[in-house]
Design a protein around this ligand. Structure first.
Ligand code: 5AD
Length: 363
């Protein structure tokens, strides 16, 4: 089939999409990237939005088998930034022209934690109001599965976007990844609750997981579409050798290249099927290829998340092996991200939240 045909919704069948995901012909990949870029330009423009990523704590009550900060990993040195440290990072981001920050941490559901996050969000909003950001910097939360009441409380504190990856929509694979955690349905309920509370909702999956098929990945894209998701962040699975999954992982010399290609094709296909959502070029792409994130931008992504976590704790927030920028300072990450975006001929849109056009269409 021709890539062009994919633009016709009636041609976006599982079979056709699986065919595209499995096609490694370089000419085909080029056409796929070009098609995704034209869909992006038509529905969202060519601008790239920056979100400063603040990893504020690696304390986690979950025991996900793939994740380096899982509860049982006794090799991880645990840390939590103070409210002042987090607010300082956000104020710095606002001064850089980043319109948004993402606050990400390990998962906790205790009252002390929820209250802390709410107070941090309130302080960030109060401290970042300016002429260019009259409502303060945009705050996206990424703090896991919580109750609807907690989502409501954090929304009222001023967060307006929330990221919660579904990881995989195959229930059996989901259970294998999270044998001791709540089932897949719980996470789907969380995504629906987030939407009802009023957040712009982001989700995503890990790509090239052991046991994951092309059909699974295409089902993931159709899930994003059917759940009316606003934002997507997804990247290749990368083993972390102090986790059960990483220990059992059988690496091979072609893995990085294969996982990267699959990740890029997933971004392109998601752009073509979902059209007007925000899609991040994630750090995991960069862990596999020094230009992985730029390649993501060329396949239809329009968001980048420069790391602004203080360098002293970055090494303790390793979800997977080979995380880039471990020793850099935030200012280096900011400059480097800006340069990288310019190199691929895209422009950064500064001092705006950069909300997903899809959110405005669905509401
Ligand atoms: N490889 C790639 N991504 C990972 N994540 C966690 N562990 C890994 C890993 N080993 C991702 C999950 C999670 C997000 C914050 O990081 O998708 O939702």
């Amino acid at each position: 089939m021709d890539v062009d045909e994919l633009l016709d919704e009636s041609k976006q069948s599982v079979d056709n999409l699986v065919y595209c995901l499995e096609n490694d012909d370089p000419e085909f990949l080029k056409l796929l990237a070009e098609t995704a870029s034209s869909v992006l330009e038509e529905h969202c423009g060519k601008g790239v939005y920056l979100r400063g990523l603040i990893e504020f704590s690696n304390v986690c009550v979950r025991d996900c088998l793939y994740c380096g900060i899982r509860r049982s990993n006794s090799e991880a040195t645990r840390f939590s930034l103070t409210k002042e440290e987090i607010v300082d990072c956000a104020v710095w981001c606002a001064a850089q022209g980043f319109g948004s920050v993402v606050l990400q941490s390990g998962e906790r559901t205790d009252e002390k934690f929820v209250d802390f996050v709410a107070r941090v969000v309130e302080a960030i909003k109060a401290r970042t109001v300016s002429d260019v950001l009259p409502q303060g910097i945009g705050v996206t939360l990424c703090v896991g599965e919580q109750s609807r009441e907690v989502y409501q409380r954090l929304f009222e504190a001023g967060a307006h976007r929330y990221l919660l990856r579904i990881e995989t929509t195959n229930p059996e694979l989901y259970r294998n990844l999270h044998p001791e955690e709540p089932p897949l349905n719980n996470r789907i309920d969380c995504l629906r609750a987030l939407k009802e509370v009023g957040y712009q909702v982001g989700t995503g999956v890990m790509i090239d997981l052991p046991g994951q098929t092309s059909e699974d990945l295409i089902a993931d894209i159709l899930f994003f579409r059917d759940e009316d998701i606003d934002m997507i962040g997804m990247g290749p699975y990368i083993p972390h050798y102090s986790t059960p999954m990483g220990k059992a992982f059988r690496d091979d010399s072609s893995r990085a290249e294969r996982a990267l290609k699959k990740g890029l094709k997933m971004i392109a296909l998601t752009r073509i099927v979902l059209r007007d959502v925000n899609i991040a070029a994630t750090t995991a792409l960069q862990a596999l290829d020094p230009f992985g994130r730029e390649k993501g931008l060329q396949c239809g992504a329009n968001v980048m998340m420069p790391l602004v976590t203080p360098p002293s704790v970055r090494k303790n927030y390793q979800l997977y092996e080979g995380k880039p920028c471990l020793d850099d300072a935030a200012s280096q990450c900011s400059l480097c991200t800006k340069k990288r975006i310019e190199i691929v001929g895209r422009n950064i849109v500064e001092n705006v939240w950069g909300d997903s056009p899809h959110y405005f269409r669905r509401t």
